[in-house]
Design a protein around this ligand. Structure first.
Ligand code: SF4
Ligand code: SF4
Length: 225
């Protein structure tokens, strides 16, 4: 899932500083799962904005709505002409949401209320950790099922940098050196020599180095059915 954090109230207040009537739109996808942009968080933000503006004697009218997903035009289109009733729309989806909204409703201003951070999962209640950097050519089987691209601070693919200490990364002592973890796991399996088989350079064109990416399922494209 995509993991995100809500921006500070101060930052969002500064975005809507000159607006009198706004719509706050949530998303029932990943941002609901990581408790950042679902129905509950939309209402919390709307209340906080209203209170802050009331205190400043500059009242703000706010409506709220939660879409099934903001990354799908089928749902984005459900907002319809109502978008034009507002001075601005605040999106609580990941960075994809406000872009889909901006592309469909070209006259309106959309503000991102969320900072999109990484692809990851919950390791305990209330804690999410990064696991994937979306490189486009997954090779975790070469590293004991662990991704050094997303989980090594330097995305090293051919072994540790040599800076780790007691299993902690030299970049952040509160983070495990993932290469230490990979090597230990392969040693436990009696397969540490497998790591010597990782040769050459990764072709990064499948990642962001190749520019914006597109995924096409021919069988789902209209006209091909
Ligand atoms: S190898 Fe690439 S696709 Fe696989 S988990 Fe790592 S970043 Fe994600
Ligand atoms: S200490 Fe380990 S995790 Fe940190 S940058 Fe070096 S190899 Fe990567």
């Amino acid at each position: 899932m995509i993991v995100a954090d809500r921006k500070s109230l101060e930052e969002i207040l500064s975005m809507v500083e000159t607006d009198k009537k706004i719509l706050v739109v949530g998303c029932k996808g990943c941002v609901t799962v990581c408790n950042v942009g679902g129905a509950k968080e939309v209402e919390v933000l709307a209340s906080a904005l209203k209170i802050a503006r009331k205190k400043a004697e500059n009242e703000l009218e706010i409506d709220t709505h939660v879409l099934e997903r903001q990354c799908d035009n089928e749902y984005v289109s459900q907002l319809g002409d109502t978008v034009g009733d507002y001075d601005a729309v605040v999106s609580m989806a990941c960075g994809v949401g406000p872009q889909f909204l901006s592309e469909m409703y070209r006259e309106q201003v959309f503000y991102p209320a969320v900072n999109t951070t990484f692809f990851g999962g919950a390791t305990q209640h209330g804690v999410w950790e990064e696991r994937c950097a979306g490189c486009g050519t997954c090779g975790i089987h070469l590293f004991g099922g662990i991704c050094p691209i997303a989980r090594c601070a330097k995305s090293l693919l051919h072994g540790p940098c040599g800076g780790s200490s007691n299993g902690a990364c030299e970049v952040n002592k509160d983070t495990e050196c993932i290469w230490d973890t990979i090597v230990k796991k392969k040693m436990e399996q009696g397969k540490v020599d497998d790591l010597l088989a990782v040769k050459g350079f990764k072709d990064w064109r499948s990642a962001r180095d190749g520019g914006p990416r597109r995924s096409i399922r021919e069988e789902l494209v209209e006209g091909n059915i």
